[in-house]
Write a protein that binds this ligand. Structure first.
Ligand code: UDP
Length: 216
């Protein structure tokens, strides 16, 4: 069982803002189709996948100083929902079953998050999108990923991310022995193989670390 966390900007289109900074905004369908292809390969090999997507391609709570923070964060959480609706649609068109869960009621857009229902969906090989972050302001989708990992994965063997420096520092600080690797050192094919090896042979490769105990 694997969780994939994508920042919002990872699925956005490049643009340069008024100050000349490079950013990503909105949706880049080619990128998302490419992600869908890689995820489908993994699902077809028996991997269960949960997806968390940020909202930074539209809005982050700190984007505006004029809007009260709680409301600004609510906009950010809704941006993560838009991203999940978009990405899950492309995943469905690529032949995957998807479920969107949010920690707040959103009518027929999503189901209310429940750990048991999420595990059921994952066991049915549905891609489970955890949208809306934690449902609380002043947090980020990284916090939501950690929470869902503690609830649903229980054992986290490895974290593969773009830039390992911050994550590794945090893991060191809390003396967490979970392995952290940069996915840049793998080419695409190796990355998929690695993903699968990780899933099937994780006990051989990595020390298993119980995040639940660590939390206590
Ligand atoms: N957010 C929030 N609570 C959460 C998760 C997200 O308030 O539990 C809001 C917050 O404003 C954040 C925005 O949603 O800035 C987008 O999430 P994040 O910054 O994690 O997105 P990413 O940087 O990964 O694209």
């Amino acid at each position: 069982r694997v969780f994939l966390k994508l920042s919002g900007e990872a699925i956005g289109c490049n643009y340069t803002d008024a100050e000349g900074k490079k950013k990503n905004f909105g949706f880049n369908e080619d990128t998302v189709r490419d992600v869908a292809r890689q995820v489908k390969d993994a699902v077809d090999s028996g991997v269960e996948i949960g997806v968390i997507i940020g909202g930074g391609n539209f809005w982050r709570g700190r984007t505006s100083d004029d809007i009260e923070r709680t409301h600004a964060d609510q906009i950010g959480m809704l941006a993560t929902v838009m991203n999940c609706v978009y990405v899950s649609d492309i995943f469905r068109r690529s032949g995957m079953d998807c479920e969107i869960m949010t920690p707040f009621v959103l009518g027929n857009v999503s189901k209310l998050f429940s750990k048991d229902d999420a595990i059921k969906a994952l066991e049915q090989k549905k891609i489970c999108f955890f949208a809306g972050g934690t449902g609380h302001p002043y947090f980020s989708t990284d916090t939501a990923t950690t929470l869902r990992a503690i609830e649903i994965l229980k054992f986290v063997d490895i974290i593969a991310c773009e830039d390992i420096r911050v994550t590794q520092k945090l893991l060191n600080h809390y003396e967490i022995k979970t392995k952290c690797v940069s996915y840049h050192k793998f080419n695409e094919k190796e990355r998929v193989n690695y993903f699968l090896e990780l899933f099937f042979y994780q006990e051989i490769y990595y020390e298993i670390h119980n995040m639940e105990q660590q939390q206590n």
